[in-house]
Write a protein of this length. Structure first.
Length: 104
């Protein structure tokens, strides 16, 4: 039986929004709203972008870009780790082969 969805109030740029949230996810939702609020306020303070909708789009684009860069770095790290693991496995196999040759 699933738990009931909660409705949480978050405030972004002094406007309150009611958002549905799974039980146990409240802290993450509030932290996300605070992060978005901070980013939108920073964009608004530059004075270069006017209008809540445009500010929200710029904040979303910045966050999406950061997420994509982090995913790319993670993928590159995974590939590097896989190469190192393969190299170590090859070294272990060579060492075992040499050890087996010595026993003969």
């Amino acid at each position: 039986m699933s738990k009931a969805v909660k409705t949480i109030a978050v405030t972004i740029l002094d406007k309150e929004y009611r958002v549905s949230c799974q039980p146990g996810e409240e802290e993450a939702l509030l932290a996300s709203a605070m992060e978005l609020d901070e980013r939108m306020r920073a964009i608004r303070q530059t004075g270069k972008i006017i209008g809540t909708e445009r500010i929200a789009v710029m904040a979303a684009l910045n966050m999406a870009h950061e997420l994509l860069m982090m995913n790319k770095e993670c993928d590159e790290g995974d590939a590097s780790l896989e190469r190192r693991m393969r190299s170590l496995q090859d070294k272990v196999e060579v060492a075992l082969h040499q050890f087996n040759q010595l026993e003969l």
